[in-house]
Design a protein around this ligand. Structure first.
Ligand SMILES: [Zn+2]
Length: 395
């Protein structure tokens, strides 16, 4: 099915309705897994075709896991009316959230139990929504942010000491650089791999490559999980990449934070449709538990993201064009009228000052713009195999 909105063509994927139990059951059988293991995977497979042989189901699962790790180029995102993490009912939450790049509008559904938000409809071809996505972070704030991230890694996992760290969605490689300087042997994955590779970092393209370099002692996902079509499957595959004493660190926008509650559809960090999911602490912790992780720490602020979240979201509430100042600071294509640009520039210093105490309040209240979760592996080997063997057999 194809819909035309604002002159742009978007292919809409067939949805799995709550009542479509037969399709869900069929997909679970063909994926060879229990329903709670990989619900999103089941929906994705079912939305295309129903297969019958065990061999074919293993192949499909491998293909999906492959894309979960390397990225999402060329994929279509799954769409569902039941929560893909806890299977409970989805309710309408936000309507008409604007994509600052294309001007298309999306709704956000919310799980009635775990609070997970889902962008609806899921975009047909995700690649099209990344054509003008990549900008560049400001050097100073990026370095401050990466130093804090390394401090978190060191606090939770100890110094690198030649151990292996994988950064999924490594961007330009600024965190890889900080981790290397802290003694980690680093690798990354990234859709747009050229910038990090040009800096001399190893940027992997497939889960097979990740497995060959692993097992890893630490895997980080700094604002990348919300972009993945099947985050539960991604977390399960990451578990198999980690050592039995491994650490995973995840940073996502906090869908239950003060910014999200204050600004609703104008919140900068909704970033539809590239953010396919909008996480809460309950939804992330539940997903981690199901993949044999134990959440051990939560943080509620990343200064760079939280500060921008307050002032740009406030501007989004009064200007017709969203993210004017954010796009300028991240060196993306500029949009908006001359008046909107002037208003954004003139008000920026004042809004930044006002936002500072709000960042602090959100952090102290445990409801910041960003949610960070650290989790450890439980020590149980997946399916009784070694990490490397388990990963290889899943692909
Ligand atoms: Zn849920």
């Amino acid at each position: 099915m194809t819909t035309i909105t604002n002159g742009l063509s978007v292919r809409m994927e067939p949805r799995i309705e709550i009542g479509d139990r037969e399709s869900l059951a069929a997909s679970r059988v063909l994926s060879g897994q229990r329903p709670a293991d990989h619900p999103g995977l089941c929906c994705l497979v079912t939305s295309t075709t129903v297969l019958s042989s065990w061999t074919h189901s293993r192949l499909c699962a491998g293909v999906v896991l492959f894309f979960e790790i390397i990225g999402i180029m060329g994929q279509t995102a799954p769409s569902a009316r039941a929560c893909p993490l806890c299977f409970n009912r989805l309710e309408a939450h936000l309507r008409g959230v604007s994509d600052s790049v294309t001007g298309l509008h999306f709704d956000i559904l919310k799980c009635s139990v775990c609070g997970l938000g889902i962008t609806d409809p899921a975009p047909g071809q995700l690649q099209a929504h990344y054509a003008e996505y990549y900008g560049s972070r400001h050097g100073v704030t990026a370095r401050i942010c990466d130093r804090r991230r390394i401090a978190m890694v060191t606090r939770m996992a100890g110094p690198g000491g030649g151990r292996r760290l994988l950064d999924i969605g490594c961007g330009e490689g600024t965190f890889l650089q900080a981790a290397r300087e802290s003694g980690w042997e680093v690798s990354g994955t990234e859709l747009n791999s050229a910038p990090a590779r040009q800096k001399g970092f190893e940027v992997l393209n497939s889960v097979e490559e990740c497995a060959e370099r692993g097992p890893f002692d630490c895997v980080t996902l700094w604002h990348s999980l919300e972009h993945m079509p099947d985050p539960a499957a991604a977390i399960a595959s990451i578990r198999r990449l980690l050592t039995d004493d491994g650490l995973i660190l995840i940073a996502v926008p906090d869908f239950e934070g003060l910014q999200s509650k204050t600004f609703g559809a104008n919140w900068l960090h909704l970033d539809v449709p590239r953010h396919l999911y909008h996480f809460t602490a309950t939804s992330i912790d539940g997903m981690l538990h199901r993949s044999d992780f134990v959440p051990v720490a939560h943080w509620h602020q990343e200064f760079e993201y939280d500060l921008m979240g307050w002032w740009q979201s406030a501007l989004n509430g009064v200007l017709s064009t969203p993210n004017v100042l954010f796009d300028f600071l991240s060196r993306k294509k500029l949009r908006g009228t001359l008046m909107e640009k002037m208003i954004s520039a003139v008000s920026s210093p004042m809004l930044s000052l006002v936002s500072l105490p709000l960042v602090w309040v959100g952090s102290v209240a445990g409801q910041g713009g960003t949610l960070l979760v650290a989790a450890r592996t439980t020590g149980r080997k997946p399916s009784g195999q070694s990490a490397r063997a388990a990963t290889a057999s899943s692909v």
